[in-house]
Design a protein around this ligand. Sequence first.
Ligand code: ZN
Length: 175
Amino acid sequence: MIDEKLPILIVPDARLRLKARPVGPADDDIVRALAPRMLATMYAAPGIGLAAPQVGSNLRLIVVDVAGKEEAPAPMVLINPEIIAATKEMALREEGCLSLPGQYADVERPERIKLRWLDLEGSRQEMEAEGLLGVCLQHEIDHLNGVLFVDHLSPLKRNMMLRKLAKELKKARDE
Ligand code: ZN
C-alpha cells in the first residue's frame, strides 16, 4: 500500500516562513496530486486544516474539514484563497497547529470573514465563515503568508511558547 501521507514541517523550519505563490494553470497536475495527500495527512494527524507550506510546497493551497467526529466528513480544498472582507468585531478562540505540536493559545481574529477561492474544477467560489470554520480558514491562509498563530500573540507569550516547543522537541529527540 502506498503511504499517501506527507511529512509535516515543524517550527523553526524556514520553509514555514516563506510567502507561497499563487497556483496557476500549469500547476493543475501538481495540485490534483497534492490536495488528496494533504487531506490524508490532515486526517491522520489528526487536524482540521493544513496549508501546502506545512508539507513543503510553496503553492497557495489549503485543505480544511471542521466536521465533528460524529458528523460526515466535509473536506474542502481551497486554491488561491483570499479574504476579501472581515468584521471589525473580534473573537477569541484557542488555536493549535500541526507545525507547533502540543502548543495551544487563545488568538484574537475577526469574528466573521468573506473569502474567495478556486475549487479543484477551477470555478470561483465565495463564502462567509465564522466560528470554528472562520478561525480555521484564517489560520490556514496565514500559513500561505508565512504567518503562524503565535505571531498574533505578544512577543513575550510567543517566545515562551517557542522555547517550550524547542525544549519538548529536544527532549523527544534525546529519548
Ligand atoms: Zn497551522
